[in-house]
Structure formats: structure tokens, C-alpha cells
Write a protein that binds this ligand. Sequence first.
Ligand code: NAP
Length: 306
Amino acid sequence: MKPTLWHILGAGSLGALWATRLARAGLPVRLILRDAARLDAYQGKGGLTLSEQGQRQTFAIAAQTADASEPIQRLLVACKAYDAQRAVASIASRLSHGAEILLLQNGLGSQDAVAATVPQARCIFVSSTEGAFRDEDFSVVFAGQGLNFLGDAQQGAAPDWLGELLAAGIDHQWTTAIHERLWRKLALNCAINPLTVLHACRNGGLQAYAGEVSALCEELIQVLQCCGQPRAAEGLQGQVNQVILATAANYSSMYQDVAQGRRTEISFLLGYICESAVRHACHAPQLNRTRVQLIEHLKAKGLPSD
Ligand code: NAP
């Protein structure tokens, strides 16, 4: 039987990382780009380039825009959280009966927004610890090995195509606790990333602000418990400290976004946590103060604060 075509919506860092590895394994892949101008730019490049362990390889993966008519059975959404819903809406009419959509977005909130936009599709949430960045347009550097946890809101059975990820060398694990994974990653992110922006430091620099980190962790634990995610709260403080030490020399993704003048995913990280706390009548003054400070910081830099 012919393998199902992988449509990849967004050819940035993670989209390119997935597309090139799938194509390298001989699987059929189609990119969906933002508009005709981006399609022209892509065609001018002659394909997507993957740099891995010093080796560069270009793959001439076919591309199209959202208004193409080809039906979509399996879609990987690789946009930022703030673009995901609009991007999926643009291809919604092309989804086949029983379509599956993999959502790679960080944080929480965008996945539910997408699922509400396309209730006919099976949404699979992905929590990725892989790291990649664009060194130039349509060229990605695989910077950090990691694992992709996949699961759905219904705690359903694993799909039968996980073998394709194995063949493509995409490390993955199916989980029935994907929400717990996403909440835990969200909490780690909220404990570290905003403070690295506000104190203009690498992750390791937060050792000098241990009191602030610890106060945020205490509140995060309470909010996770109020939100019905007690398992995501277990040992949070210890893991935050471990991450700070293990990644001491790194700049957080939010720090890098701000430093490079890019929009952050604040609404789907700290914003989501603070709004969840309100919904569950959970007092979270430290998190709210940090959110306000971060919004002011972004505004002062002329960056979007949502
Ligand atoms: P990225 O490099 O900025 O890529 C996003 C891509 O989405 C861009 O290429 C953008 O197109 C495209 N896009 C936006 N709207 C679109 C639309 N309507 N139609 C088609 N394409 C559209 O972002 P990323 O780093 O891959 O991150 C994607 C998600 O993965 C984020 O939520 C991020 O937090 C998460 N994540 C990233 C990493 C990582 O290491 N990079 C790791 C874990 C999780 P243009 O190129 O035209 O702007």
C-alpha cells in the first residue's frame, strides 16, 4: 500500500527538521507555505536543507500554498503557537474524512483552539525536546537530540504510522498522558524563560536569583494542583534546578526570541498559566507580577506583548 502523504504546514525550524528526515527516509512529503511569495522564495532555493553533525543535505521537497486542492489526510502543524489556528483554518476545507493533525506547538492553548477549528479531525499533541534553528531561509540546523512525546486528548490508541517516524530516525514515544507532559513542560518553561529575559541572562545566570525561581515554582505547583495536574507538579522545583544547571550555558528560547526582535509565545506560556489560575480561583501573585513585568519589557522593546 502507498504510504500516506505527509503535509507539513510551516517550513521553519521544526517543520524543516521533520520534513527533511521524513523525505530522507523516502516518505512522501508536501510543504504548505504561507503564500505565493514564500513559495517563490522556496523554489529559488531548490529545496529544504538539513544540517546535522556537520553534514548539509538539501531535499527537493514539493511545496504548495494553502489554496492548492490536494486533499490532506495527515498534517503536521509546525507554526508558532500564535499562528497555528489561523494556519489550520486556511487548509480546513482540504482535510479528508478521518484526517490526523499533529500539533508541535509549545505551551498550551493553541492546541485546543486548533481542535475547535477542525472538530472533524483527530488532533495529536506533540511535546518535543528536540532543538533546531534556521541558519538561513529554508535551511535548518539540528542542534539538540531529543524525544517527541505524542498523544491525544482521548487517550486513544497509538496510530499505525509510528513506524514511519522510526524509519525516519525521529525519536518518539506514544503516551496516554500527553497533557501531563505538556503541563510539565509549560511549568518548566514558566519558571525559567521569563526570568532569563527579565534578568538578561543565560539559564545558569538564574542561580543568582534562586529565591525568585523558588517562589515561582511554589506557585506553579499550586496552580498545577488547582488545575487537576498534580502529577505534572511532582518534583518540579528539583527539575527546574536541574535544568538550570544542565543548560547553564544556554539562552532560553524566549530570551533568543526577544534578543532577535521576534514575537514570543508568552500568551501560550505565562499567559496560559495565569489565566488558568484565575479560572480555578488560584492565587498566583508572583506569576502575575512576572507576566506584567514581561509584558512591559516586551512593549519597551517594541515587541508584541500577546
Ligand atoms: P519557526 O522557525 O518560526 O517556524 C514557524 C514557521 O511557520 C515559519 O516558517 C512560518 O513561515 C510558518 N508559518 C506561519 N504561519 C503560516 C501559515 N499561515 N502558513 C504556512 N506557514 C506558516 O518556529 P519553530 O522554531 O519551528 O517553532 C514551531 C513550534 O515548535 C513553536 O511553538 C515552538 O515553540 C515549538 N518548538 C520549537 C523548537 C525548536 O527547537 N525550534 C523545539 C521545541 C518546540 P515564514 O517562514 O513564512 O515566516
